[in-house]
Design a protein around this ligand. Sequence first.
Ligand code: DC
Length: 215
Amino acid sequence: MIVAIDGPAASGKGTLGRRLAQALNLPHLDTGLLYRATARALLDQGHDLNDVTAAVAAARGLALTDFDAEALRGRQMGEAASIVASIAEVREALVELQRSFARRPGGAVLDGRDIGTVICPEAEVKIFVTASPETRASRRALELKGQGEGVDYAEILEDIRRRDARDAGRAAAPLRAAQDAVVLDTTKLDVDTAFEAARNIVRKRLADMAVRASR
Ligand code: DC
């Protein structure tokens, strides 16, 4: 079973993906890390984030075992990743890596922006996780504070709005819910309630599939 979780920055899709994967005993891929690692490699090599040839080479050079997830998760790398992710050729270079992860025997949970629409349109479960920009900014501020980073709420909200506009407005695989995705708005939900809601979406989908298979 493939579970595709998409949604905007700081919507909580990463946490949901991780917890669902654990509960379902499936491997989990946070695909944002691929774009973050590509951006990191470009910057480390002294290239511009819009250098298409260098960006494609960096994306092709990635291996899933390379990541230092914690080092990639900072605020600046999110912005850099969003710029690199708007390059169609970079997205293309990362498709196979994501699809081969998704097609492992038994399945997988992937979270990102275009999993249900482009990477795994065949996914059995698709969840589009969303929350208001203000709620997402508050959660991100709390998280950064917990990591000892100085935070300015207004700046974080501005970051989130800019990233939403770029991720949803780009021509290549823009952020949007797949037609057959279930939308999960977590604005008023805490982490545990959101997780229970996501679990129920999976349960319902599995039950529907079982009914269909028995006909
Ligand atoms: O999910 P994240 O914040 O770690 O993602 C960082 C950026 O990478 C995000 O702003 C857009 C891009 N991204 C993407 O375009 N497609 C994905 N499947 C995952 C991330």
